[in-house]
Design a protein around this ligand. Structure first.
Ligand SMILES: [Zn+2]
Length: 423
């Protein structure tokens, strides 16, 4: 049997498996059609394309891998699945800013722009501010939260609460976070909350030119502020309405580093659990965005171990959300990505490796042709880039069925959440 025949037979088997699964989930009597949700948890794996999922799944199998493919991530158990195209207004290859804007507002915008329409040009011209799903939820009296492993002012979380023509204006984004009245704020990025002549509680210098101390402002607005794992774990969710936890000067640690560190930052799963405990106290419901933000950074670095550990840590956060949702019938959980990063390819290195079932992951986008009139120079790039491929989406709970009605555009994620919450 040659390689192509094997691939063809594999595809046929996969197709047969998918065909069997569809009626199975229908037969479960899932009441997710046109149903309304009280709560929505949107989990975004930044840079988490299909190959990153496959890689994490293979690693999770570890030594228990007796056959090729039996291991599953928690997100693989979600009953509705689909795929999403990710292009932005001015590129087939998006960055996190317009991708998160599409999910947050239902509209495409240009690369680098956060929740302004496509008349905005990054760093040059403001566009019209677009109302985000988080703002709509808050106006309707729901509780809200944003959680990430990156700086809280980084593009993905920022698109849900800020409106700027340039994702790099992180001091201004922090100002807008203070104005946004988000109830639970967890992530990294202390540097944009402290003046450049001040040091933050972790001992690092701030970056704000205006010397404002936003932490004091948050505290006077009634927020509990924590900056390390010990204080975070002591926060009593029953007694806390507003929480801001900023655990690093810049991004939070990669999961691989976090596991090895003495004074551990909270994990993404622990932050998700605490946030749910706080925002679920609101009888009107909540909207919570959770980002596994460093899967993307690991992809840029072309670091396979970091991709695996951050994807598995993200999957643990998905498990927390699913466990909450499955105890009730009023919570829509959506898991997706903003774009793929790295052009990760899971390929056999040679035919022998193929025969023995091994893989040799590589980053295709680390090597590129230098743009020019002749396109004939191959350059090894230090960093891998984002790619324009489609990304996965999975969902469970009221409204989940809508993710499996054929190809989705990332803007439709906004509509699915809006409809589910009846906003
Ligand atoms: Zn990126």
């Amino acid at each position: 049997m040659n390689v192509n025949t094997k691939i063809f037979l594999g595809l046929l088997l996969a197709l047969a498996a998918v065909t069997c699964l569809v009626p199975m989930s229908m037969a479960q009597g899932v009441s997710d059609q046109n149903a309304s949700a009280k709560n929505v948890i949107l989990l975004i794996g930044d840079g988490m394309g299909f190959p990153q999922l496959t890689l994490a799944r293979i690693d999770k199998a570890g030594e228990n891998l007796t056959e090729y493919g039996p291991s599953k991530l928690f997100m693989d158990s979600m009953d509705r699945t689909g795929y999403v195209r990710t292009y932005s207004s001015n590129s087939f290859v998006t960055d996190s800013a317009p991708a998160a804007t599409a999910m947050a507002t239902g509209q495409k915008t240009n690369n680098g722009v956060l929740s302004q329409d496509a008349t905005a040009i990054q760093g040059k011209r403001d566009g019209k501010n677009l109302t985000t799903i988080l703002e709509m939820a808050r106006f309707a009296g729901l509780s809200t939260g944003v959680i990430t492993t990156t700086r809280i002012t980084h593009a993905t979380p920022a698109a849900f609460y800020a409106h700027v023509d340039n994702r790099d204006n992180e001091s201004e984004i922090a100002d807008q976070l203070l104005m946004s009245n988000v109830d639970v704020i967890l992530g990294g990025g202390l540097q944009y909350f402290i003046g450049k002549n001040e040091t933050d509680p972790t001992g690092k210098a701030g970056k704000r030119a205006d010397e404002r101390n936003l932490i004091k402002d948050f505290e006077s607005e009634g927020y509990v502020f924590v900056y390390n794992g010990t204080a975070f774990h002591k926060v009593d969710a029953n007694d806390t309405k507003k929480l801001i936890g900023l655990f690093e000067s810049s991004h939070m640690q990669y999961e691989l580093e976090r596991q090895q560190s003495q004074e551990k930052d909270p994990s993404l799963a622990e932050m998700t659990k605490k946030a749910i405990e706080i925002v679920s106290a609101n009888p009107k419901g909540f909207f919570l965005m959770v980002e596994g933000g460093r899967i993307d950074h690991a992809g840029h670095e072309r670091n396979l171990s970091k991709i695996i550990e951050d994807t598995l840590a993200f999957d643990d956060a998905v498990k927390v959300a699913i466990n909450f949702a499955h105890l009730r019938n009023d919570t829509l959980v959506i898991v997706t990505a903003d774009h793929e990063c790295g052009g990760l390819v899971l390929q056999p290195e040679n035919l022998q490796e193929y025969e023995s079932g091994g893989i040799d992951p590589i980053f295709a986008s680390g090597t590129t042709k230098t743009p020019g009139p002749r396109y004939d120079f191959i350059t090894e790039m230090e960093e891998a880039t984002h790619t324009g491929v489609d990304v996965p989406i999975m969902a469970t709970g009221p409204g989940a069925e809508k993710v499996s009605r054929g190809m989705l555009d990332n803007t439709q994620i906004f509509s699915i959440i809006k409809e589910a919450l009846g906003l």
